[in-house]
Write a protein of this length. Structure first.
Lengths: 141, 721
């Protein structure tokens, strides 16, 4: 599955209440998770751009320049920690949420690394939708 | 050395070469016969087979002055002496007229069947015969003898009666026999004596060899007589039992060994004496240290040269080391297998967890979203709640699997296990039904350990949960004890391979159904469970085992069907070195902020109160302590402004920490309060924040953490008065 590009540059959509929609890039290799987050964030009137690995994610970022990036850690091709490092280098003020379900190590191990590398917030999978939305709202406030 | 001596000394010496002169005491016989001659007038000659005169008494002048002086007549004598003396049967007399015309009588001497010489009576005439003077005159003329002197000598030759001669010869025959016998016996006796000496010497050498051999054999060797009394034992035997020779030799089996063992050995010895078959059997031995050792005994009969049983001989092989080594090897192999299993599971679990969490994330996420859209109280809402509940259980399960499968380097700190266990017990009291009686026996002086408090809590909870499940149907008693142990029940290897000095033991006992023998090997396997679905994942004991192993401790249990099970966790106590290292590390990591404020500290646990007060005072604070929330509230009400900070435990009888905090905040809003709690999930950081409590700390309070938290909650940096 390839990434979806936000094709029209900086053109932004609007919410029902008329405010400008914020753009969120979600980088996640699991299609179920990606689909769920897409639906979740869209329902809360965010515009979601998706990518399924780190390489695609960075490309998507450079093209779409989202307001917030939510990235998984363990992914094929380029994993989340490297993505965070690259993003922070490019745009130091970019808001980043790192998420992880763990692997050989516990999620919090990966996530504490992510924090040290520049993620603003971290969240363990599986998370409650409300918790994620709270973090997004906090960072985009 | 004379030939006789050589002959006698050499056992194989040929007695045939023996010469008469070698064995008779010629001088003594000479003297004796001289006396005899004086008495009787009878002379004697004892000659060897070569004609050598060994004893000569009463030689006639005619022989000595004439016949034996002229070479020709001498030759006649010698011929007579030698050639005429053979083939005379022992005990008989041969009479012959010598070539010089005198009578000679001869009887042989034999030794050992060999003719070695003769006894002779000679140089006489019978009194009833006429002497032929003409012969002698012609002899004189022939050989140039002085005739007058020669004939005068002839006249002096004795003339005896035949009876007298016969009597004399009978005497000489007896004498000859006597000489023969005595000589032979002397030779034989001497030979026997020498042989005996040689044999004795050899015996001594053999004995010396045997003793040396026995003493140098490194395994215990012994012998007993037929009555079971010890005859011989080597040093290895003495050392094994720590007894002296005097204590062992002469004592019997029952005097030396404890009754049961002695009876066993005795029965075995009896069997040996009865059947005669050498025995090899495994048995136990009580060594000098009072340790029961495993060994193999080898015994066999001792018999004399006639084949009569005189006793038994035995040797003991101590195979305790071998058995211990085999046990250790088995244990290590098992541990290795477990470790390999764990590694495999860990890898698998890690891989699964990652995907699982993603999938769960999607399921739970969508379920929540739909739930949000569903009318409150609707069937859909209720159904979705079920999905969410199940999904959350799945989430916990994944966490548990991962915790178990990883050897997570959890943070280990020096802690008092007593305090954690007590916290856990409080939680249990709250969550277990009243059909379960909880009996704690926590020694407050239990040594500190280096551990992750979460893991210790987890261990205790897992074992207590299992105990509860075993007693769920009929109720029962859950006994939890914590104590120091100096010598653990099984041999322990310390974490660094050497013997650890001190240990603590946590024992959890239930009065439930017990663990059936057929599942005992499986209980530590992950996922093995005897419980129904929903009542446990089967991870508990596997997790406990994994954690305990990682601490270098041991997990053992005793179980009796329908009586209950006791699990024992033995963990190494904090060593001085570790304590020092931990303190140093802690101090060095960050500069620990200090302060001088007045803290009101509340906890119902005596030990914790003392410990924490000391810790806070060391940080420079002035500390007031109270053991009950009610007391604390009263004291605070009297002087609400006296305290800069309140630190309170959550789980207390009467009023919980949160309740106390709320009351205090009613009196003085914005009062800085820190709530301390153990690993109960009932209170979270969020809840405490919601109650207006500014700080939240997990027990046991680590110095570095609490110091920092205090400064944060007070909103002031480090302040040193």
């Amino acid at each position: 599955m390839n990434y979806l590009l936000y094709q029209f540059g900086c053109h932004r959509q609007h919410t029902r209440s008329g405010t400008v929609m914020k753009n969120i890039l979600v980088i996640e290799d699991n299609e179920n998770m990606l689909s769920m987050m897409n639906d979740l964030l869209s329902r809360s009137e965010y515009h979601v751009i998706s990518a399924t690995d780190g390489v695609a994610g960075l490309k998507a970022y450079r093209t779409a320049k989202p307001d917030l990036v939510i990235t998984d850690i363990i992914m094929p091709n380029k994993e989340g920690l490297e993505v965070i490092m690259d993003l922070v280098k490019e745009t130091p003020r970019l808001k980043i949420i790192a998420m992880s379900g763990g692997g050989i190590m516990e999620p919090r191990t990966y996530l504490s690394l992510a924090e040290k590398l520049g993620a603003d917030e971290i969240i363990e999978k599986p998370f409650r939708p409300a918790d994620l939305l709270a973090l997004v709202a906090k960072l985009l406030a | 050395m004379s030939k006789a001596t050589i002959l006698v000394v050499e056992p194989d010496g040929d007695i045939e070469t023996l010469q008469l002169g070698d064995i008779i005491d010629a001088p003594a016989l000479q003297t004796m016969m001289e006396d005899f001659h004086r008495l009787t007038g009878f002379g004697i000659g004892i000659l060897d087979t070569e004609g050598k005169i060994l004893v000569g008494v009463g030689w006639q002048e005619i022989c000595t002055e004439f016949h034996r002086r002229h070479p020709d007549t001498l030759q006649n004598c010698l011929v007579n002496d030698v050639t005429l003396n053979s083939d005379i049967p022992i005990g008989t007399v041969k009479a012959y007229r010598c070539k010089n015309n005198l009578w000679d009588l001869m009887t042989p001497i034999e030794i050992g069947g060999h003719h070695v010489g003769n006894v002779c009576l000679g140089q006489f005439f019978y009194d009833d015969e006429t002497v032929d003077y003409d012969f002698f005159r012609s002899q004189a003329k022939k050989y140039g003898f002085d005739e007058a002197a020669y004939l005068a000598a002839l006249d002096r030759v004795p003339r005896w009666s035949r009876d007298k001669v016969a009597a004399a010869m009978a005497f000489y025959t007896g004498l000859s026999r006597l000489i023969s016998t005595l000589s032979y016996n002397t030779v034989k006796l001497s030979r026997t004596l020498i042989e005996k000496d040689t044999a004795l010497q050899q015996l001594e050498e053999n004995k010396s060899f045997q003793t040396s051999l026995l003493e140098n054999i490194p395994i215990p060797v012994f012998s007993k007589d037929t009555a079971g009394r010890y005859l011989v034992c080597n040093s290895a035997y003495k050392n094994f039992y720590g007894k002296t020779t005097e204590q062992i030799l002469g004592a019997d089996t029952f005097a030396l060994h404890p009754p049961e063992l002695a009876q066993f050995y005795h029965n075995k010895d009896d069997e040996l004496f009865r059947t005669g078959r050498p025995q090899v059997y495994e048995t136990k031995f009580l060594n000098f240290r009072g340790e029961l050792c495993d060994g193999i005994a080898h015994t066999a009969l001792l018999t004399d040269t006639d084949g009569i049983t005189t006793g038994l001989v035995g040797a003991i092989l101590d195979i305790s080391e071998r058995n211990r080594a085999a046990e250790d090897k088995k244990k290590l192999q098992f541990q290795l297998m477990q470790a390999q299993k764990m590694e495999a599971i860990g890898t698998l679990a890690g891989g699964i967890a990652h995907d699982f969490n993603n999938i769960l994330g999607a399921i739970l996420g969508y379920a929540e979203m739909v739930r949000e859209d569903s009318p409150v109280g609707s069937t859909t809402a209720r159904d979705l709640d079920q999905i969410l509940q199940a999904g959350n259980r799945a989430k916990d399960l994944v966490k548990q699997i991962l915790t178990f499968s990883r050897q997570a380097i959890a943070e280990r700190i020096p802690l008092q296990p007593a305090s954690i266990i007590k916290e856990t017990i409080k939680l249990l009291r709250a969550s277990l039904p009243t059909t379960i009686t909880i009996l704690p026996a926590i020694d407050p002086a239990t040594a500190p350990i280096l551990a992750d408090p979460i893991q210790i809590h987890q261990l205790t909870m897992n074992l207590c949960t299992n105990a509860f499940h075993a007693m769920e149907e009929r109720g029962g008693t859950l006994s939890i004890s914590l104590t120091n142990v100096d010598t653990p029940r099984q041999e322990q290897l310390g974490r660094f391979g050497g013997p650890a000095e001190k240990f603590i033991r946590l024992s959890i006992k239930d009065t439930g159904t017990g663990i059936p023998p057929e599942i005992r090997e499986k209980i530590f396997d992950p996922y093995f469970t005897t419980k129904e679905i929903g009542k446990g994942t089967g991870m508990g004991l596997a997790i406990v085992h994994g954690i305990v192993s990682s601490y270098g401790g041991t997990l053992t249990y005793d179980s009796q069907p329908d009586q209950g099970t006791t699990f024992h966790i033995t963990l190494p106590a904090l060593t001085e070195l570790e304590k020092l290292a931990a303190d140093t590390a802690a101090d060095q990591e960050t500069k620990i902020p200090r302060g001088g404020e007045h803290i009101l500290f509340i906890d119902d646990e005596e030990i914790l109160v003392d410990m924490t007060r000391t810790m806070l005072e060391r940080l420079g604070y002035h500390v007031t302590v109270r053991n009950s929330s009610l007391e604390a509230l009263t004291v605070f009400q009297n002087q609400p402004d006296a305290y800069d900070l309140v630190i309170t435990d959550q789980t207390m009888p009467g009023m919980t920490g949160i309740d106390l905090a709320r009351r205090m905040l009613q009196i003085r809003p914005n009062l800085p309060i820190i709530l301390c709690t153990g690993y109960s999930s009932l209170i979270t950081e969020d809840k405490t924040k919601a109650a207006g409590i500014k700080g939240f700390a997990l027990k046991p309070l680590a110095k570095k953490n609490i110091a920092g938290l205090i400064r944060k909650v007070l909103g002031k940096p480090d302040s040193v008065k």
